[in-house]
Design a protein around this ligand. Structure first.
Ligand code: NAD
Length: 290
């Protein structure tokens, strides 16, 4: 396939390289001038999108997605696919999808989970919104860039799945961290706490697969001085998107709101920026009950 790839940052770079390594012809554009192995660089987003069967975007936010979409949709072929893999607000995704429909371009939102490791290793999970036709066209690319793609429904549903998942993740990580800090103060050994919780009803991905306590459970960012991994800043971004969506949909999400407030405090008022999102544990270790 002829693929246009726009946004070759930490995630987009390795994803584009994997598509090229699998034999696809990939033409890329990034405002920062970044490229990737096996990919040919275009001078603009329009040039990267012209003649492409699929245009993939991997961009920082919804405003940038909308501006790139404004540029590329008019030059895309009828029935080509605009596949956005960024994590953005549901409203921007649905606005871009409407613009695509008006131009006979197929829109898909396919945010990912799996981080930079998953992007390099081709093991991402895609949460996909869009038509069956678009999903069928993009499926061979999901197989190269990832290990799983779940078609969640029409446009916007991929983003909806992503923010719901990450709202659970943010809340369970906080719960796991504050429980370890409580266990410390009660004199309960962290390894014993892990042994019990990881096999009891308090178990979760945060405890079992991404344990925030150094030296306990599997090797995680906690064992590497909380270098990300998944940065607290990105968790804050996703929790904000979840709250925006909850307000728009009139959904009651008190835990999500509190998780957003705690990550905002950690990232913006404390020392959390640039650390892994599991560094909530040293935060709670240091703090006393208000
Ligand atoms: P990044 O900042 O490393 O990459 C974004 C790239 O987009 C940059 O290279 C930037 O120069 C480029 N860009 C910005 N404006 C542009 C424009 N107008 N035209 C062309 N290129 C432009 O970010 P990332 O970590 O690669 O994340 C990308 C997306 O994936 C984000 O939406 C993020 O929330 C999501 N995501 C990231 C992770 C992660 O672990 N990094 C995990 C899951 C999802």
């Amino acid at each position: 396939m002829n693929i246009g790839f726009i946004g070759l940052g930490n995630m987009g770079g390795p994803m584009a390289a994997n598509l090229a390594a699998a034999g696809h012809s990939v033409t890329s554009f990034d405002v920062a001038g970044t490229t990737a192995n096996g990919v040919s660089a275009a001078a603009s987003a329009v040039e990267a999108a012209t003649g492409a069967d699929i245009v993939i975007t991997m961009l920082p936010n919804g405003a940038i997605l909308r501006s790139v979409a404004n540029e590329v949709i008019p030059v895309m072929d009828a029935n080509a696919v605009l596949l956005d893999c960024s994590t953005v607000d549901v409203e921007s995704t649905r606005a871009v999808a409407e613009q695509c429909a008006a131009a006979n371009v197929l829109a898909m939102d396919a945010p990912v989970s799996g981080g930079v490791g998953g992007a390099s290793g081709g093991t991402l999970t895609f949460m996909v919104g869009g038509s069956d036709e678009a999903f069928a066209k993009a499926s061979p690319l999901f197989e190269i860039m990832g290990q799983k793609a779940v078609h969640c429904g029409p446009s916007g549903n991929g983003q909806a799945a992503k923010i719901c998942n990450n709202m659970i993740l943010g809340a369970t990580m906080i719960a796991t961290c504050e429980s370890f800090a409580l266990a410390d103060k009660l004199g309960l050994d962290r390894q014993k706490m892990f042994d019990v919780v990881s096999t009891s009803s308090g178990y979760s991905w945060s405890m079992n697969a991404y344990c925030p306590a150094p030296g306990v459970g599997p090797t995680t960012p906690a064992d590497n001085n909380y270098e990300p991994g998944f940065a607290a800043d990105l968790m804050l971004k996703d929790l904000r998107l979840a709250q925006e969506a909850a307000i728009g949909a009139n959904a009651d999400t008190p835990m999500g709101a509190l998780a957003q407030a705690l990550y905002a405090q950690f990232v913006e008022d404390e020392d959390g920026s640039g650390k892994d999102f599991s560094a909530m544990l040293p935060k709670f270790e240091k703090s006393d009950r208000p």
